[in-house]
Design a protein around this ligand. Structure first.
Ligand code: 6CS
Length: 319
């Protein structure tokens, strides 16, 4: 019996490394009886295709970013809200681990759609890259921004004055190279490993949001498993919480210098000051109300709970 685990990234990248270590843990804990095969991105289609493969049970496990489930589970758009979480990834991971809004209110909405999230985790703070500098909302006027599929990500960039377009990352390098889009957002490890810096001249350390992803299983598959097997899976997910954090942290630290040192493809790197971030934050705040009204029946309750949790756990005023 072989189970399939599909991820949205390629070998060496954070999700793939996570899935491989997870598979090793499950193998070890079951004395070799449980075998999980990891499929890298591209083998089974686009990110959105992979969501469908999980809901249909064609794959048992998947790493799915909420950015690709925006029309299926509107409340999952919550992670598209910029400047909502804190600037400290460790605090953010703790909130993802412990939040009731996420783990008790949001999870059942995913499960109803055939996706059972077992863990929510960060792949690091996201940064902007562009073929022109991105330092003020003015710079986004008419800017063709590539985003993931979620309506609220598009809404967030429209609030800055940009013209966002959703596309798979499989098309993104060529899209940037040929000028179909002007820029994109991602954590540093991904920008470097996917070589987007080769086809972008500017990178802004904006920390406007963290990249959130989910370790998921097909609910029918999981609920049909023996209790001991479920326990092995659950324990492995728990052990991977810390490892997942370490993997992304290492890669995000290590890859910054790769972008800085690439003399053949120079990238001008700037960092937003707190004042510059405030200008974006101000435009991002009303998008929370848009989410409350358009993010599905439970959007308001979930966001109210989450805002309170973030404030309680970080001791910060988040607006
Ligand atoms: O930009 C994207 O769509 C991709 N970024 C990351 C960090 N992982 C997979 C995802 O598809």
């Amino acid at each position: 019996q072989e189970w399939r685990f599909v991820v949205e990234e390629t070998q060496g990248q954070v999700q793939y490394e996570y899935a491989q270590e997870f598979a090793d843990l499950v193998d070890e804990k079951s004395g070799g009886a449980l075998d999980i095969d990891v499929y890298e991105f591209g083998a089974l289609g686009s990110e959105v295709d992979q969501v469908e493969q999980l809901t249909q049970g064609i794959v048992e496990f998947a790493i799915i970013s909420p950015g690709f489930t925006g029309t299926l589970v509107p409340e999952g758009n919550i992670f598209a809200l910029q400047f909502l979480f804190t600037d400290d990834q460790e605090t953010n991971q703790e909130i993802l681990n412990e939040s009731e809004a996420i783990n008790e209110q949001l999870v059942p909405l995913y499960e109803e759609q055939g996706i059972l999230p077992l863990a929510f985790w960060t792949e690091g703070a996201m940064q902007w890259t562009g073929n022109s500098p991105l330092q003020t909302p003015d710079d986004f006027q008419g800017f063709q921004m590539r985003t993931q599929e979620s309506p609220l990500i598009l809404e967030s960039y429209e609030a800055y004055g940009a013209n966002p377009t959703a596309m798979s990352w499989g098309e993104l390098y060529t899209g940037l190279q040929q000028g179909a889009v002007d820029g994109q957002e991602n954590p540093i490890f991904f920008i470097a490993d996917a070589n987007f810096n080769e086809v972008q001249d500017y990178m802004t350390i904006s920390n406007h949001n963290m990249y959130v992803t989910m370790t998921t299983v097909n609910p029918d598959f999981y609920n049909g498993l023996d209790e001991e097997v479920q326990q092995i899976i659950d324990e492995s997910v728990e052990e991977m919480r810390e490892r997942g954090f370490e993997i992304q942290e290492e890669q995000n630290n290590e890859f910054l210098s790769q972008i800085e040192d690439d003399e053949d493809n120079p990238t001008e790197i700037t960092e937003l000051s707190e004042e510059e971030r405030d200008a974006f934050r101000e435009l991002a705040l009303p998008v929370r109300d848009y989410f409350r009204e358009n993010g599905g029946d439970q959007a308001e309750e979930i966001l109210d709970t989450l805002e309170q949790e973030i404030e309680d756990m970080s001791g910060e005023d988040i607006g």
